[in-house]
Each structure stands twice: as structure tokens, then as C-alpha cells.
Design a protein around this ligand. Sequence first.
Ligand code: FE
Ligand code: FE
Length: 197
Amino acid sequence: MNNLVYSNNLFSGTREELVQILKENLSEKRFQHVLNVEKSAIELAQNNNGDIERASIAGLIHDYAKERTDDTFISTIKQKHMDPDLLNWGNAIWHGIVGAELIHDELGITDDKILTSIVKHTTGDVEMELLDKIVYVADFIEEGRTFPGVLEARKKAFESLDAAVGFETKHTLSYLINTNKRVYPKTILTFNKWVAE
Ligand code: FE
Ligand code: FE
């Protein structure tokens, strides 16, 4: 999708300019990852009658803040009077929820659908719109992923996006439990909505 032209004023510049900003802000590995997520997101949008331009932008920027310092996130949470409970968490949670604020302020992206998909991309949510599901699943199935089960996840993603959301949520929650990691409460709510009977 290198010839994709942005025409809906969701971002003030061209796709190439946005890609350049990401190249400058991310490690080579993560830069590759966001390009892959963009590609998967566009494919999922095409498969589900979704918005291609939003899929491209959200895919590219979803990890925009991932490599920022803890101090940046902590001061943003305080400055913007965000939920103080966020201070009890770390980069995995911050780069989506707080990252959306940095994207808004630094990239000038104000589209609610795009920003919400960034907020929800790590934890999922009970309420997920099409773009939220696309970004959440694209992040999980992009071509650089090699975890056991990724082939099944990719297959599911193109059969049923909702089933893929459930599959991914269960996989993520299992991983957190198996490695004795803390579970952000919203992840459990996501599980209850998209996985539990
Ligand atoms: Fe992420
Ligand atoms: Fe990601």
C-alpha cells in the first residue's frame, strides 16, 4: 500500500511523511513492526468493509509512544489529570492509553476512531468498534509474528474478526497468567466479553 494517498484530512501530511516520522521515532525492529501492522490492518479493513485510510494511519502509529521513557508517561498522566491508577502500571499499558495523548498532541491526529483504537490496542475492551478490532488483531497477526498459534490466529482473523479478538485475548491472558504477570483489569473484562460463554 505504498501508493495509498491520504485524502480525508485525518493526518495533516502524506503517508510518506507519517512513515518518516515513525522511522525517526522508533527502533528499526519496531519500525518494521508498525509497517507490518499497517499492512495487516489494511487487509482486515478490506475484508470487513472498513476504512482503509484509518486502518493505515492507526496501524502505523499504534506503537508511536512505545519507546518513550517512563518519565514521559508519568508526567503526561499527571499533567493531563488522567486516572491516577495508571501510575501503578507500566509501558505495556501506558503506550496505548497515554500514547494516544502524545499522538494527539505531537502528530495532530484528533480523529476519535483512530485515537480510541490506539487506546484499546493492548487491552482490548468490552466495547470495540470495527477499527478497534482491526488494530488489535493486526498487531497480533502481522507477518513478523512467530509465536505458536499465529497461523491459526491469521486464519481466524480473515474468517471472523470477533473470533480473532477472542482468540487473541485468551492467548494474551494465558501468557500473563503463565508468566506470573499482573493482569490489567480491563483485559479480564475483555475476556469476559469476547471469550467467556
Ligand atoms: Fe503496542
Ligand atoms: Fe504493536
